[in-house]
Design a protein around this ligand. Structure first.
Ligand code: FES
Length: 160
C-alpha cells in the first residue's frame, strides 16, 4: 500500500531539513517520523523517504537495517523494550526480561497474536540510575520489581 507523509509530517520534515546541511543527512529523523506515522518501516515508507530526501532506496534501506530501533515488520501496539545492559542486569534486568517473555508468551522481537504487545531486549536506555527499567513505547518505567512489571502489563491489557 502506498505511503505518503501526512500534511503535518510534511511540515515537520521541512523543519527537520533546515537543521541539516544536506537532505541525505536528515535520513534518521525522517525515518523516525515515518515509523511514528506507519508503526514500522515498510518498503513503501522507504520509497517515500528516498523520494522526499532525493536519495536512493538502497541508501535508506542501509540505514534501516543498520539501526535496531527501526522496525522492519509491524510491532505490537505496546512495544516493550527491556534493558539488560550492565546497570539493569546487576539489578535484575534479565529476570525482568524473562518474566515479560513468559507472561506474554513471546520472544525477542516477536508480537503477541492479538498484536497488543511486542518485546525487545535492548542496550542501555540512559536510565541506569533507576535500574532496572523498561520502556513501553515512549514511556519509561523505572526501579522495576516483578510486581510492578505485572501491574504494568495487566493495566495495558485492560486499557487496549
Ligand atoms: S543499563 Fe539499563 S538503562 Fe542503563
Amino acid at each position: 500500500m502506498e505511503f505518503k507523509f501526512t500534511t503535518e509530517n510534511q511540515e515537520k520534515i521541512k523543519d527537520i531539513l533546515k537543521k541539516y546541511p544536506t537532505k541525505k543527512a536528515a535520513v534518521m529523523p525522517v525515518l523516525y517520523l515515518g515509523q511514528e506515522q506507519n508503526g514500522w518501516i515498510s518498503k513503501e515508507v522507504m520509497i517515500e523517504i528516498a523520494s522526499v530526501l532525493e536519495i536512493t532506496e538502497e541508501e535508506v534501506f542501509g540505514v534501516v537495517t543498520f539501526y535496531t530501533m527501526f522496525f522492519e515488520k509491524p510491532m505490537g501496539k505496546n512495544h516493550l523494550q527491556v534493558c539488560t545492559n550492565v546497570s539493569c542486569m546487576l539489578r535484575g534486568g534479565y529476570e525482568i526480561y524473562q518474566q515479560v517473555k513468559e507472561k506474554l508468551g513471546i520472544d525477542n522481537m516477536e508480537v503477541t497474536e492479538d498484536q497488543k504487545f511486542s518485546l525487545e531486549e535492548v542496550e542501555c536506555m540512559g536510565s541506569c540510575g533507576t535500574a532496572p527499567m523498561m520502556a513501553v513505547n515512549e514511556d519509561y518505567f523505572e526501579d522495576l520489581t516483578a510486581e510492578k512489571v505485572n501491574e504494568i502489563i495487566e493495566s495495558l491489557k485492560e486499557k487496549n
